[in-house]
Design a protein around this ligand. Structure first.
Ligand code: SF4
Length: 675
């Protein structure tokens, strides 16, 4: 049973904590009573008591974190809290939990990341014995890591602030499942993963992210009955914050992906770990063969250019180029057999497991007839951007090319229902964006959430006063060739009024580039471009640069929090419909059609509504924020479905007149007036 043997400690009731004049109100933080927060906390507590599921849309500013943390702690049972990103995990663990501790005393909370974030002590020991390092940089990093290993209590790489994100050495040393020896490992007793598991068992709250949660679930599902599988212990409840991301994350972990890089890494690790050991004489030739054959196989895939495309012609490929596939498979089989025969080498079983897994995933991707899957390919340039000094512009320079073969479930609702909602007594799903026109139907259907209580917590913000939504009149349809020119004119006009201080969010990289090129010569503000630096660095720069304008695509539509005047305007180029020729979207639309539904209205519109709410949600992050939202896509007014979008947005004041935008910025804010 997931009780944590916590000595029962009297925690305050929800009322004592949240109500006016309660513990929270008396805390040193400036705090305003929020009825929605207490309402949500009560709903969470009830769901936990009744062992039922709950779905809550809680607008930004509700204080939803405390609204689920306190009821979770009051159960006296273990609860997993899963967030959308590592950044949110950090916020919970390093900000919200310490704050709660100042009010409630010590809490038993632990923080878990994916295994790749932790050091594998066994790999470090092995590398110490045979230091195969490439270049001075790796030697230096190795020294750093070996020194740190002596003192770290967690083995979490985030403690190594100097270690570059892309360190190739770390990838040789991390604790990923692939190469883990499990309980047969000589370093099992002092392993950081074992220690993390133990800490989790003693905690009341375990903070994870969706990626870790689903990676763990997928692992347990695969290894039914294996006691060592997975790192998350059983829990009485799971709270999914940022629950609007669940379908995507679950889809990627219940699917399969094999890339050319995985073959290269397997060959590299086999060479590094087994080289020179007794009985491994045949392996170097096999790893070289694996590299050569994998390269030929990936080069032979029927891909037309870069990007994502369906792999519907798998049978034809096997007929015409099947020998490329069977050659790779044969080499993998030979390596498996070779490794099977190796005795007394600690690394051999882990590597053999890895080879077998790669082979079976490749077989699935080429031969499986599972009908709930969509099979597709993707070629991606893992690029970087740098500054071109001759033109003083930021340019994107492609660096390496990775090809993926993927299988993604078309519908995860049954899987989620069976593996999550049927197994865990209480699941709480929350986010600021879960409803379409006030209803949860879309989300519940996509996630397979059949039985659940529902709650929409009204926002604490005064959207009518804090935000103005400007829908420029006379914009051409975004598919019209004249659109970019008109969009550029409109963006320029609005930014002159707002004096920069804006996010321009685009639905495609190409559109972002095109508008950036047009506007760069005419805008008098510092412009930051997505892709020219890591996201975190760009955001930091945006916050620190007066009047900055940031041009961004999908990753800036959510999980970004810039409070205050630095962000006074959010401009969105078009309604964010998922691209219908994307293989996964196309397969989902086809499945809806075959089931008698209307793919556009049942899937594309509601998904786009949620994305638009996310994008616009960047603007108002506190009661003091105010600003203008601009949507350049006139279909929100001219098409009937536009009504669904308008009815789903918070009650922003709306206008089609640019002078209203001017007046909005001339008018002192209500707070300033009050002051
Ligand atoms: S148990 Fe696995 S992760 Fe832990 S030290 Fe051993 S090989 Fe590394």
């Amino acid at each position: 049973m997931p009780a944590t043997d916590n000595p029962t400690r009297a925690l305050p009731s929800l009322h004592e904590f949240f109500a006016p004049g309660g513990i929270l109100a008396r805390s040193p933080l400036p705090y305003e009573y929020r009825p929605g927060q207490l309402q949500m906390a009560k709903a969470v507590e009830r769901a936990l008591e009744e062992r039922r599921h709950l779905i809550v849309e809680a607008g930004t500013g509700t204080g939803k974190t405390l609204a689920y943390l306190l009821p979770a702690l009051r159960t006296g049972q273990r609860v997993i809290v899963s967030t959308g990103t590592k950044a949110l995990q950090d916020q919970l663990f390093f900000r919200d939990i310490p704050f709660l501790e100042t009010l409630l005393g010590d809490l038993r909370v632990c923080y878990m990341k994916g295994r790749a974030n932790y050091l594998c002590r066994h790999k470090l020991v092995t590398l110490r014995a045979q230091p195969i390092l490439s270049g001075l940089e790796e030697i230096d990093q190795y020294r750093q890591i070996a020194e740190w290993e002596q003192t770290t209590e967690t083995g979490d790489r985030s403690e190594l602030s100097e270690l570059p994100e892309s360190s190739a050495l770390w990838q040789k040393l991390d604790a990923r499942t692939d190469a883990c020896l499990g309980s047969t490992c000589p370093d099992y007793g002092r392993c950081f993963i074992t220690e993390m598991r133990r800490r989790a068992l003693e905690s009341d709250i375990i903070i994870v992210n969706h990626h870790l949660f689903f990676a763990d679930l997928a692992l347990k599902r695969e290894a039914t009955g294996a006691p060592d599988a997975g790192i998350l212990p059983e829990a009485a409840a799971v709270v999914f914050d940022e629950a609007h991301e669940l379908e995507d994350v679950a889809s990627s972990y219940f699917g399969l992906s094999v890339s050319n890089i995985r073959f290269e890494e397997l060959a590299r690790d086999t060479d590094a770990l087994l080289r020179g050991k007794e009985g491994t004489e045949n392996l170097p030739a096999q790893t070289q063969q694996l590299r050569d054959r994998a390269r030929m196989f990936f080069a032979g895939l029927p891909m037309t250019g870069d990007g994502r495309q369906p792999f519907t012609e798998r049978e034809e490929f096997l007929e015409t180029s099947g020998d490329l596939y069977t050659a790779v498979r044969a080499t993998l089989r030979r390596m498996e057999a070779e490794m099977e025969g190796l005795k007394g080498i600690d690394e051999a079983p882990g590597l053999k497991k890895r080879v077998a897994r790669l082979r079976s995933e490749l077989e699935f991707l080429l031969e499986s007839s599972a009908s709930n899957m969509v099979y597709w390919m993707e070629r991606r340039m893992s690029g970087g951007a740098s500054s071109d000094k001759s033109t003083a512009r930021n340019v994107f320079r492609p660096q390496a090319r990775t090809t993926f073969l993927q299988a993604t479930p078309i519908d995860v609702s049954e899987l989620l229902s069976e593996l999550v909602f049927d197994q865990i007594p209480t699941v709480v799903l929350t986010s600021a964006t879960l409803t379409v026109q006030g209803g949860f139907e879309h989300m519940r259907k996509r996630l397979g959430l059949n039985e659940a209580r529902e709650l929409v917590v009204p926002s604490h913000f005064r959207y009518e006063e804090q935000a103005l939504l400007y829908l420029p009149p006379q914009m051409p349809d975004p598919r019209d060739p004249e659109f970019p020119e008109a969009a550029a004119r409109c963006i320029q006009r609005v930014l002159e009024i707002t004096r920069g201080r804006a996010f321009c969010l685009f639905t495609s990289y190409a559109q972002m580039r095109a508008l950036y090129e047009r506007l760069l010569p005419v805008l008098d503000f510092p412009i930051l471009l997505h892709g020219t630096a890591p996201r975190k660095a760009l955001l930091e720069q945006f916050r620190e640069t007066p009047n900055a304008v940031l041009f961004g695509t999908s990753s800036f539509w959510q999980g970004v929090d810039v409070q205050g005047e630095a962000l006074s305007c959010v401009i969105i180029d078009r309604l964010p419909f998922a691209v219908p020729n994307d293989p996964v979207v196309a397969a989902r639309m086809k499945a809806i059609e075959e089931a008698g539904g209307k793919p556009f209205f049942d899937y594309q519109v509601p998904s786009a509504v949620l994305t638009l709410k996310q994008g616009f949600g960047r603007l108002i992050r506190s009661l003091e924020d105010r600003g203008v939202l601009v949507l350049l896509d006139n279909r929100i007014r001219t098409k009937r479905y536009g009504q669904t979008f308008l009815a789903s947005l918070p009650p922003y004041r709306m206008t089609q007149t640019i002078t209203d935008v001017e007046a909005f910025f001339e008018a002192p804010s209500r707070d300033a007036e009050r002051g």
